[in-house]
Design a protein around this ligand. Structure first.
Ligand SMILES: [Zn+2]
Length: 320
């Protein structure tokens, strides 16, 4: 199961207040519902790809409004397509009664474009309207995927604008744009998605999301540290490789014994273990020498190797 369908299953277990049931169902009907006249007379259909949502719609209208519907499964013939589920309420009286309860009854084919203010009067109902819209047309990426993304995809600009306002009411800065004939509301910021899950009441999903986010951030941090250490190691290896070359060159030309004693010690330790950092190299000496001291001595070795190469080297007094 995807993270989005986990969220939807969780939302379907929420026990709504009577006022909120209307807001949630109205949102679902506005997005996924159609009213038609066919051989059965007037029919209201709500289609969803999620069996749990179909059951919720069926149960809510039966329990809260005593209206009987039916559920049908439509099998998809194409591969990789999910079945879809249809909740149907038939009969002019039933349909009009239900639309009236949900404040959706209007002159144009039974569904009003403007969303009735009774549906959004209370804070709990505002949440329920967003929840219903998410159940109808929402999705959230798995929190462990590379990017965070949550969206609701609706067919009506009006519905989209209501949702933007409602989200703003809960201080969720949702953005929207038009994609062909649809309007898409989306969130990209993980904090905003957490707030959104909280508003619609998906508290378990919120915890799952937070855990995945913490884990992902920790993993990124570990990767950063490892990359940083790798870069440092490469630097040490490069520098050390050069030092070994210089020391070998001195040995082949004037011989290491021509160097001051302090430089011979460092040169031998370096040849002995090219992987040591400057600090570790200093600790091998007796008495130990600090990082800057070692750096200074290695610079002197480098200078001598350069002088030999360019013919400027003069044997100096062999004192440290
Ligand atoms: Zn309410």
């Amino acid at each position: 199961m995807s993270f989005a369908s986990d969220i939807k299953s969780e939302l379907c277990r929420i026990k709504s207040h009577d006022c909120c049931i209307k807001s949630e169902l109205a949102a679902l009907f506005l997005i996924n519902g159609t009213v038609q006249i066919n051989s059965k007379g007037m029919v209201l259909n709500v289609t969803t790809e999620n069996a749990t949502i179909a059951k919720r719609i069926y149960t809510l209208i039966k329990d809260a409004f005593s209206i009987n519907g039916s559920i049908f499964v439509k099998r998809k013939t194409r591969l990789k397509k999910n079945n879809s589920y249809l909740v149907e309420v038939s009969g002019k009286e039933n349909v009009e009664n239900l639309l009236d309860i949900l404040h959706l009854l209007g002159r144009d084919e039974g569904v009003k474009e403007r969303i009735h203010k009774m549906l959004l009067r209370k804070k709990c109902c505002k949440r329920a309207f967003i929840r219903g819209s998410f159940l109808a047309a929402g999705s959230v990426n798995n929190p462990d995927s590379t990017t965070y993304h949550c969206e609701i995809n609706v067919g009506s600009q009006n519905h989209c604008e209501y949702l933007v306002d409602l989200c703003k009411h809960f201080e969720i800065p949702v953005k929207s744009f038009q994609r062909r004939s649809h309007y898409v509301l989306y969130l990209k910021d993980s904090d905003d998605i957490v707030d959104f899950l909280n508003v619609i009441g998906a508290h378990n999903a919120l915890l799952t999301f937070e855990n995945a986010r913490v884990y992902k951030e920790m993993r990124n941090q570990v990767n950063r540290v490892v990359n940083c250490e790798t870069a440092n190691l490469n630097k040490i290896v490069d520098a050390s490789h050069k030092q070994v070359e210089q020391i070998n060159y001195i040995e082949e030309t004037i011989g290491l014994n021509s160097l001051p004693q302090s430089l011979i010690e460092v040169a031998l330790e370096r040849l002995n273990d090219p992987s040591l950092s400057l600090k570790e190299l200093g600790e091998r000496l007796n008495p130990p020498v600090g990082k800057s001291g070692i750096n200074h001595r290695l610079k002197r070795i480098e200078k001598i190797a350069d002088e030999i190469r360019t013919g400027k080297y003069k044997q100096k007094n062999k004192k440290g």
